[in-house]
Ligand binder design. Structure first.
Ligand SMILES: [Zn+2]
Length: 432
């Protein structure tokens, strides 16, 4: 469908030069065809969207999450990570079924679309079920699966490796290129050396990026040093995990050598401020990483430790907490924050044609309503996105040229049905 968005504040550019202006955006099928003050000659729009008092920006990229975990939101709070994971989350996850996982991930995706996310990186169990749900919603996603997850199904590395390469063959670039795949390595603390090496070997063989949790807590780093004689990052380097592009969630407890390894091997750290603050894991050295030229992305993590999927909240926190930690109000400014939540996430997830509103890019665009009290007066659209907008202000979501939400109404998801089914699934999961 050809769409024309008229008279909208367009945010485009990168962290060094982010700019705005009131313009028209023409979308031809799945691609941005024109951005400017005219209506391109000969362009026939099948849909015209009035963009007055809206901001158009790239769809947000949630670069680390576990969408299904929305079912466990508000169920295990005020606990440190080790107790939260071992005493609360892992026992509940033993009860997961394909049906529960599907219903949870649908709820997670509904919440993501409603708060402006068009693309996400998901790590969980039963990834085929989740991938089918992603295709149904029309979102863009990179789906992580790995030997650890598959061992649960097949009890054997060889079979699991075959399953993983079949999964990649089936889903990589599926649904008009909106699906990509990666290898999940949960973490160094939940993998032994042999499994780390096997995952690294597999990722090289099938040329898949790796998605891992790294250096989330101080205990994780200290335990690795005792067990292996080195930090989890150094252990990953030794095992060959960084031989392929890697996306590492959290990366909090880093020394300078660890950071240099991330930079040298083009690892994308994903900052998850809500989850890190809530589980008292710590605060990542984001300004230091930016200074070193490391491309940091942003994610919500799962809603069991957040407790929502709102990337606007993550952008807000990202920009604020480092100012407080560094006692420097110029640290992690609004443009840098938007850049992390769009361009850096897109690149890390393997989607080269999204993350910026420019002619020739895929049409992943969100429209933010600026008529709320919290955005009046608007003054500066770039500042508004990071400092005063909330996920609920997102009005319209377009992914690959398809409208997923308009006027806050979801177009590919039956919101009431998803909520009803998720409540029933959560009951099954949480009640003993
Ligand atoms: Zn996580």
């Amino acid at each position: 469908m050809n769409i024309l968005i008229k008279n909208v504040h367009v945010i485009t550019g990168n962290m060094n030069n982010m700019y705005t202006g009131i313009m028209n955006i023409a979308i031809k099928k799945d691609t941005i065809y024109y951005i400017g003050n005219e209506i391109p000659p000969g362009f026939k729009a099948e849909r015209i969207i009035e963009g007055r008092e809206m901001i158009a920006m790239p769809g947000l990229v949630n670069a680390h999450t576990h969408s299904t975990m929305v079912l466990m939101r508000n169920a295990s709070d005020d606990l440190p990570l080790e107790r939260w994971l071992n005493e609360s989350i892992l026992p509940k996850e033993k009860k997961l079924t394909k049906d529960i996982i599907r219903k949870g991930s649908m709820l997670g995706m509904a919440e993501m679309i409603k708060s402006g996310t068009t693309t996400f990186l998901d790590m969980y169990l039963e990834m085929e079920t989740i991938t089918e749900a992603v295709i149904e919603t029309g979102m863009r996603a990179n789906i992580s699966y790995g030997l650890q997850t598959c061992d649960r199904l097949f009890q054997g590395t060889e079979f699991a490796a075959k399953y993983c390469s079949d999964f990649k063959r089936k889903y990589d670039n599926a649904n008009n290129g909106k699906i990509k795949t990666s290898i999940e390595v949960h973490s160094v603390y939940l993998c032994d050396e042999e499994l780390l090496r096997a995952n690294a070997k597999l990722s090289r063989e099938i040329n898949s990026p790796v998605h891992i949790h790294l250096h989330e807590t101080r205990i994780e780093v200290e335990t690795s040093k005792l067990k292996y004689g080195r930090s989890p990052i150094k252990e990953c380097l030794k095992a060959g995990i960084f031989d392929v592009p890697a996306i590492a969630a959290h990366t909090i407890w880093l020394d300078d050598e660890d950071m240099q390894i991330l930079k040298d091997h083009h690892v994308t750290p994903v900052h998850n401020p809500s989850s890190n603050l809530k589980l008292a894991s710590g605060i990542a050295r984001v300004p230091d990483m930016i200074k070193m030229g490391i491309d940091v992305a942003i994610g919500t993590d799962g809603a069991a430790s957040n407790n929502n999927m709102d990337m606007f909240e993550e952008m807000h926190l990202t920009s604020l907490i480092h100012k407080g930690v560094k006692l420097d109000a110029t640290s992690v400014n609004a443009s840098q924050t938007i850049h992390m939540a769009t361009i850096n996430g897109a690149k890390a997830l393997g989607f080269q044609k999204i993350g910026m509103l420019e002619v020739g890019m895929k049409a992943d665009i969100i429209l933010v309503n600026t008529t709320g009290l919290n955005n009046t007066p608007l003054n500066n659209p770039v500042s508004a996105i990071v400092y005063s907008t909330r996920g609920n202000d997102v009005d319209t979501v377009i992914c690959n040229g398809d409208i997923l939400m308009e006027g806050r109404e979801l177009k590919t998801i039956d919101e009431e049905k998803v909520k009803f089914e998720a409540n029933a699934a959560a009951k099954q999961l949480l009640e003993s």
